[in-house]
Design a protein around this ligand. Sequence first.
Ligand code: SAM
Length: 288
Amino acid sequence: MNKNLPVYFSKQDGDLWLTEEEREDLKISYRIKEILFEGQSEFQHVMVLDSYSFGRMLVLDGIVQTTSIDGYIYNEMISHVPLCIHPEPKKILIIGGGDCGAAKEVCKYAVVDQVDMVEIDKLVVEVCQHHLPEVSGPLADSRVQFIYDDGVNFAENKENEYDVVIVDSSDPIGPAKSLFEKSFYQSIHKSLKADGLMVCQSQSPIFHQEVMQQTYQRIGELFHFVKLYTAVVPTYPGGLWSFTVGSKNYINPDPARLKDKETHYVNKDIIERCFSLPQFMIEQYPPF
Ligand code: SAM
């Protein structure tokens, strides 16, 4: 494995361990059953591992992205919340999301006519559909169009097209760095219809305060509404994870839209309450 990646394998008492270096002072180790896939694409290092605690894990450039044990929490939260806010989400753009979990959730809504899935790295989609069916599902839905492109390039050329944009990006390093820039949010704003809204994953309120604050500020300066919500995703450092919604018009979710959707984490109470923030976040992120 490339020595510059923030990850390494080691052996302890005959067991294989993967250690992810979150920061200089924080490492997380997983006991590994098997390396199912390892390869290098044009964009990043890609692995799928079978682990004891988290089941199958997608690891990109040494960072765990999603797992078969808790991937549904993140994917349901990044999809159902915006789709319960917009009253008629017909045309959806997903940027990133190569594990296909967000696309799977979005397709549960009959009102959705078209899902444009813009992922930079085809290898991630192929590997997840093969090794991570619990996360990606079969995705044989004719409403989903796969477009292999950089989300920044794709969004630049769009105007007044989408009802909802979901930015399901990896961390703001490597190919995803530009998905956290203000110019990218400006393109997203332009790509949305007059009553459209966007959501993005905005990292950990505990460990990534700078990125979170920047994201909140940048989206807040562009959109009429900006609001944060959270979920606890055990795989991610610190557990508590944030999502930022920027909306031109609607901001209150209608939990009734969840009716008949098969979910494992999201329910009506969670949709209503996920915007209730811990006190330290209310103080750090006063409403615009
Ligand atoms: N749930 C995950 C998390 O928060 O860690 C992220 C899910 S998904 C695996 C992230 C995807 O974003 C990856 O498949 C990656 O290839 C894709 N990606 C990164 N940069 C991108 C870009 N500039 N344009 C489009 N997709 C991008």
